[in-house]
Ligand binder design. Sequence first.
Ligand SMILES: [Zn+2]
Ligand SMILES: [Zn+2]
Length: 409
Amino acid sequence: MSGKRGNGEGSIYPYKNGYAAYVWVTKPDGKRARKFAYGKTREEVHEKWLALHAEAKKGPVATRHRTLAAFLAYYWLDSIVKPNLAPLSYVSYEGYVRLYIAPHLGVKRLDKLTVRDVREWLTKLSAVCQCCAQGKDAKRESNRRKCCAVGECCESYPSRRVIQGSRDALRAALTHAVAEEEITKNVASLVKVPKPRRRRIKPWSVAEAGRFLADAAARDDHLFAAWVLVLCLGLRRGEVLGLMWKSVDFETGELYVDHQIQRAGRQILHRESKTEDSDDFLPLPTLCLKALRMRRAQQSGDRKAAGELWQESHDLIFTTKYGTPIEPGNMTRMFALRARRAGLRVIPLRNTRHTCSSLLVALKVHPKVAQRILRDSQIAMTMEVYAEASEEEVRAAIGKLSDAMGGTG
Ligand SMILES: [Zn+2]
Ligand SMILES: [Zn+2]
């Protein structure tokens, strides 16, 4: 530090066991007030004082410490999450803040939040009926209320997944507050939450997958090609629904997966997915190519039938009868419906990915090609896969599928 004192530096003075300083600032309401900085050494306070000065020059400064609710809702969500993260992350964080964090911890001061507060919040949260808390039943018309609003609580406690998600959202926000030096440690990261228990679901066998596809083909299901791509390539729901015709190269038999359909709140978004590492083309097994050709014919049929009602949307491969994107949730529902109709066990759609490698073997897709397909989806190709796929029952199922497709698949 130079011997000369800067203008106004005289406001640094000994305070308790260290030093304090203040700067005159303009508050958000336009009034002038002193804002204080404290520290152990003169040096430290000087640094803070300089930073405060710079902040005051830029615009209004809040002198009071913020409540957690103010920090989360007005600052973190709007200024950090919304402009920087994917829309889906915003929707998810916003939900956690509004429904699970703010109602319980919102009034606490950001800088006074303790590990204990967080632990007590999580314990309490797991025992709060969300139907009561969010007034779900109360929102129903008076003659249709059936539980919490009529004194018979339905005990809709948040799942472990929700508890975990709430903690993670708070932790993400506090990480930001630490980075901006509003607080010194992230109390949410110091609290452990039990990991959500994973249900183990036996994936479909190749025979089951084959039966599903054969049934869908026989019914001229407009999502047939989607099921084929999910089962053979291990594509995710949003990836399949986001595919565009220009993503398919019928000449080389390749597919480029670079878009997704997502539901974010009330909107359905068609957005580009992350491109790092995904700039590879997926080779399309014959069955996929056939299914896509069928889909193309089917869509032009739909377009003709819809006439003026047809809505062109992003060159999408999978559309409703009127050309609009397919809601991801509907795809899941349709999958369950069709599985049930084909007399199969209903498994979660994403669980079908585990059948993918066996199916590729059964389809006699070249191992090199299969490996290229599986690489991105991180599905291991094991000897068991070959064993299962060579069973007679399996060969029969796939044979039946090829028949339904009118050729060799
Ligand atoms: Zn209820
Ligand atoms: Zn209740």
